[in-house]
Design a protein around this ligand. Sequence first.
Ligand code: COA
Length: 265
Amino acid sequence: MPETTASDTPVSTADHGAVRVITVNRPDKLNALNAATLDSLHVAFDAAADDPAVRVVVLTGAGPKAFVAGADIAEMNALTPVQGRDFSLRGTRMMRRVERMPKPVIAMVNGFALGGGLELAMCCHLRIASESAKVGQPEINLGLIPGFGGTQRLLRLAGRAATLELCLTGAPIDAARALQLGIVNRVVPAAELEAETMKLAEQLANAAPLALRGMIDCINIGGECGIEEGLEYESVQFGLVFSTQDMREGTAAFLERRKPEFKGE
Ligand code: COA
């Protein structure tokens, strides 16, 4: 398995077939997001988007304790208001890049996903959490507010009551409650997290890439516009998949009672 893990980069990547695993790699700081990590993630996601051999991305955190324990508090402590805004924009830009990836991104939430960590998980398309994971928006305890889209994405994912509760109290919740609130898609025992995540990733890696992309685009757009525009956009995307070989292959394979082989063409 080809792997890039430079000691001076806070993000490492490894390919497992068509699945690229991107790991935030600052375990001694519970993978806190400083500016360098935000930038490295942006570069890693750009590369995964551009590489036709990559069909699915899995995002996780290094070490046994944390997915990401938030934005880097030590780095934020000294920021001026202008620098604070730029730090927020930097994170928001990167997370928007993740959300708008043309291929599925799965967050493998292996521990604390707090503040910027939950914000990062929420911009992924799917989230699988270990039973031991804890998620929350604890910024209030620092006299802060979420700055990488937390108030907005949590609101859309879990609704007003849960968002107000998590943001105003700052109290983390366990994985079972996160599942109940729709913040994560699945919860599995810690020992099974990697295998279950890879199983899902491989399933998606075998699906028709251009249809996956069309759906991600429709769902992103639909979350941000009115129903008429969203339906219109879906119809256009629906028409577009008729231009793909994969659609001919998928429908032909069904009629011929065989397994389809999708090429992303
Ligand atoms: N920013 C910077 N450093 C962080 C961090 C963050 N968000 N979260 C953890 N760290 C660092 C700690 O400072 C510590 O570094 P040190 O060993 O050099 O002192 C190291 O990571 C381990 O963290 P520690 O607090 O000792 O682990 P713990 O198991 O006792 O507690 C948490 C774990 C997650 C409860 C605790 O680290 C925490 O509350 N982190 C901050 C969460 C947060 O507020 N996030 C939102 C930020 S906007």
